[in-house]
Design a protein around this ligand. Structure first.
Ligand SMILES: NC(=O)c1ccc[n+]([C@@H]2O[C@H](COP(=O)([O-])OP(=O)(O)OC[C@H]3O[C@@H](n4cnc5c(N)ncnc54)[C@H](OP(=O)(O)O)[C@@H]3O)[C@@H](O)[C@H]2O)c1
Length: 340
């Protein structure tokens, strides 16, 4: 099999394709011949050496794949063999073959292509957890989503529209027309205009009901101030720390220093009637049954035509470095996938 390894931290070119013997599934695992791999911003943070969850290098990144099962472990029913699936993988996904626990498998609906299947799990589960499980987004409410043109951003847009919410999104200017065609109500380029001021103008000073902030740094403080009374801030990433393509501890330090660690004082939260919560899907492996319930709901949304991942670009597995450049150059509108 072929795998893409992070052997050292740094520019996208540190990603190296290596060959290895085909793995054998463990007793409760299946082996998947991978047809598409989802690329996530966490993979970039991992490559830069600033992702705390990354196992020690050398490591094969990759949280999600779609493909076909071709072998099963001793304790798994053989009728999985030959099925088209999508799966969460806890690293190891940048490969043409991967073994995953049966508990992480989902049968792919017949009309869902492998790239669509690989684009769905991480982005849509994250958006579902924030909007439906923790953020309580309802019809008539307004949500502000940063990086609205990204994988999580577009998943959020579709799931928010599904419940009848208004969506304000921040994104680079070049993405605004496309995002409006996808249903975004208002687009703001945070590099050109003060999003906090604009949100206040748009909501007549009230603020929004929910903010999705995976940018961090200075943005987080402004996101909090953009909330209405009873508004909720979801914190789920720190993409501001990935400023350059090389490893840069200075940026990580300055971005981390700008995190408003002491801003969310309990008295302040009470008096302002605001909520703040955190999300890290990768820390829910022990609650996989719960996550699978969310996945069932998402497959239902797919079957009803309420969601459909947007594929921004696909790259051959051996050109994973180009995929990382593409994301870091902010060129994506939607999900980037690798094709083995
Ligand atoms: N906690 C969790 O469970 C979880 C799960 C999934 C994702 N996340 C986080 O959610 C965020 C979005 O993830 P994603 O995979 O959907 O990626 P993505 O949004 O597709 O990431 C790329 C986009 O992010 C924007 N961006 C913001 N800061 C950037 C920077 N420093 N460098 C390059 N691009 C930057 C750019 O769009 P614009 O130029 O248009 O702003 C870029 O096109 C990431 O921070 C990720 O770590 C967290």
């Amino acid at each position: 099999m072929r795998q893409v390894w992070i052997e050292k931290f740094g520019r996208p070119e540190v990603l190296k394709l290596r060959e290895a013997a085909d793995p054998l599934p463990g007793p409760r695992q299946v082996r998947v011949r991978v047809e598409a791999v989802g690329v996530n911003f966490a993979d970039i943070m991992g490559r830069l050496g600033i992702y705390p969850d990354l196992p020690p290098i050398p490591v094969v990144p990759g949280y999600e794949v779609a493909g076909k099962v071709d072998a099963v472990g001793a304790e798994i029913e053989p009728d999985w063999i030959g099925r088209d699936i999508l799966a969460l993988s806890r690293f190891g996904g940048y490969a043409d073959t991967v073994c995953v626990p049966e508990a992480h498998l989902v049968t792919r609906p017949p009309d869902m292509s492998a790239p669509m299947g690989a684009a769905l799990p991480v982005n849509y589960l994250t958006a579902w957890q924030i909007l439906e499980v923790m953020g309580g987004l309802r019809a008539g409410q307004t949500v502000l989503v940063h990086s609205a043109g990204g994988g999580v951003g577009l998943a959020t847009l579709q799931l928010a529209k599904r419940v009848g919410a208004q969506v304000i999104g921040t994104a680079s200017t070049g993405k605004h027309d496309a995002l409006k065609r996808f249903g975004l109500d208002v687009a703001i380029d945070p590099a050109r205009e003060d999003f906090e001021k604009r949100v206040k103008e748009l909501t007549r000073g009230r603020g929004v009901d929910l903010v999705l902030d995976a940018v961090g740094g200075n943005t987080r403080r402004k996101s909090y101030r953009s909330l209405s009374p009873t508004g909720r801030l979801a914190m789920f990433g720190l993409s501001a720390a990935a400023g350059g393509k090389r490893r840069g501890f200075l940026r990580l330090l300055t971005t981390t220093a700008r995190v408003p660690w002491f801003h969310f004082h309990p008295l302040r939260l009470m008096n302002e009637n605001r909520g703040v919560f955190g999300v890290n899907l990768a820390h829910l492996w022990e609650e996989i049954d719960r996550v699978n319930g969310w996945m069932d709901a998402l497959i239902g949304c797919w079957k009803r035509g309420e969601i459909a991942p947007v594929i921004a670009a696909s790259f051959p597995l051996d050109r994973a470095a180009e995929a990382h450049h593409f994301l870091q150059d902010r060129k994506n509108i939607g999900k980037v996938v690798l094709i083995p």
